[in-house]
Write a protein of this length. Structure first.
Length: 497
């Protein structure tokens, strides 16, 4: 059986704790790999390697850093297929989704390649007689990233390329459910010329996470995951004096106004709700139909959802793959099973779905729930699976009030032909990312990603300008030099006085 080891100090490091976790192929249910789970001592070794490397990397030239990053970008591009295959094998998402994940991660590497522009300081001359003031940004030191199972390549790439471009060194703790992509990212970074210890990977469970959160040599922690864990990460790391950005869960709404193109809205709802099997924090999991649009919109969504091809991620015909684990599949199914008793109309029930020849895989079909009450579990909780709730609102104002009452505020969208209504929505809705006729408004790399309310803990969003600010700290230098006429250094030039 394949074993996934740590990556510490520029080389593979076998697990020393004796503890291992299973890695499963979601399409078959078969355990294909075991992953080493780090002890606190192994986390300490990774942090020590990063601390040693910071002595050189933190003072390296911008030209050296960008040279490595340009080479890294080329290697990632050349190895897209290999990275995507690892994602599909351990996460289960279809190959096209896996390739899309790699492409979105590459955007942040490209942003990091331009770090020279992002790290330019500011200078004000002659603020007083012979006094200048300069503002500069410097790296923090050792920083850590804790990333989720649903994007095993993209989310790490949202963090460490920008962090190391700013001069930091990095310790990554990826999900133990699909760890292989993270190790390949580290191997390619070493091949690109990244010095030993600048980027380290340790696998593990809560013991490894807690050690990173409390380690005195870790200056900052980035996290993406569920809201309860994000809240814990933020509270614990902050209590130990660390800078924290912790991105939590979501219940993303799509408001469909009466004037919307219903075919476009239905297409968007299906792709945004069921893509990647709904295992993404930007999935649309709640559609709010305004006025009399609900019945027709639900009918069009149902028609499209029934045609989605579900199968193994490595099958080119598959449009949706399995869920990550059997336990998660069962949890998702429980929301559908209990929906009718809580007042929802079950239009499509995907529970009980299986794929011939892969009966032990973690399969579930597409579920569509209509007229869902706001107190139903299927609406109140983040399901993180292919379940779409449709709610009804009589007016635009009712729809926006419903969205704003949600404890989450990650992403949202409005579908309308009315520019005035769209403008009102983007100003009035309480969410960090807004789409207008765009169902999943994930920003491009040079704008920052992050939500409001219980979808974000900490002050900085991830990547973009916020990412640069998170991984650096400002310093202001006020300077006054005597004028040469006051009798400065004698440079030996002839005097003309």
């Amino acid at each position: 059986m394949k074993t996934v080891s740590h990556w510490i100090g520029g080389r593979s490091a076998e697990g020393a704790s004796g503890a291992y976790g299973p890695v499963t192929d979601p399409a078959t249910g078969e355990v294909t790999t075991r992953v080493a789970l780090a002890s606190p001592a192994e986390v300490d070794a990774a942090v020590a390697a990063a601390k040693d490397a910071f002595a050189g990397w933190g003072t390296s030239s911008l030209a050296q850093r960008t040279g490595v990053l340009f080479a890294y970008r080329a290697l990632l591009d050349a190895n897209r297929e290999q990275i995507a295959r690892l994602i599909t094998a351990e996460h289960g998402k279809v190959h096209a989704d896996a390739l899309g994940e790699v492409a979105r991660g590459l955007e942040i590497v490209e942003l990091a390649c331009g770090i020279t522009e992002k790290l330019k300081g500011e200078l004000s001359t002659q603020v007083s007689n012979r006094v200048d003031v300069a503002a500069i940004r410097q790296p923090l030191g050792v920083v850590a990233g804790i990333t989720p199972f649903n994007f095993p390549a993209m989310v790490p790439l949202w963090m460490f390329p920008l962090a190391i471009a700013c001069g930091n060194t990095f310790v990554l703790k990826p999900s133990e459910k699909d760890p292989s992509a993270a190790v390949l990212l580290a191997e390619l970074a070493a091949e690109a010329g990244l010095p030993d210890g600048v980027f380290n990977v340790v696998h593990g469970d809560k013991a490894a996470v807690d050690r990173l959160l409390e380690h005195p040599d870790v200056a900052a922690v980035s996290f993406v995951g569920s809201t309860p864990v994000a809240r814990y990460i933020h509270a614990t790391a902050s209590a130990h004096g660390k800078r924290v950005q912790a991105l939590g869960g979501a219940k993303n709404h799509m408001l469909v106004l009466p004037d919307a193109d219903l075919d476009a809205a239905a297409d968007a709802a299906v792709s945004a709700a069921y893509g990647s099997a709904g295992e993404r924090c930007m999935a649309v999991s709640a559609v709010v139909a305004v006025g009399d649009t609900g019945d027709e919109l639900v009918a069009r969504i149902r028609d499209r959802a029934e045609k989605v091809k579900i199968g193994p991620g490595d099958d080119p015909a598959s449009e949706m793959g399995p869920l990550i684990t059997a336990a998660h599949r069962d949890k998702v199914a429980s929301y559908v099973a209990g929906a009718a008793a809580q007042g929802a109309e079950v239009v499509l029930d995907g529970t009980g779905f299986t794929v011939e020849g892969h009966e032990n895989g973690h399969w579930i079909g597409l579920s569509l729930l209509d007229k869902v009450p706001v107190d139903a579990d299927a609406y109140r909780d983040e399901i993180f699976g292919p379940v779409l709730c449709v709610l009804r609102a009589g007016t635009y104002e009712e729809g926006v009030a419903l969205i704003n009452a949600s404890p989450w505020g990650n992403g949202t969208a409005v579908f309308t032909r009315d520019g005035g209504a769209a403008r009102r929505f983007q100003l009035e809705v309480q969410a960090g990312m807004v789409g207008v006729n765009v169902p999943i408004p994930v920003p491009v790399g040079y704008h920052s990603f992050g939500g409001w309310k219980d979808s974000l803990f900490g002050d900085h969003h991830i990547y973009g300008n916020d990412g640069v600010h998170f991984y650096t700290r400002g310093k202001v230098v006020t300077t006054r030099w005597p004028d040469p006429e006051d009798g400065g250094v004698d440079l030996g030039f002839p005097s003309h006085r």
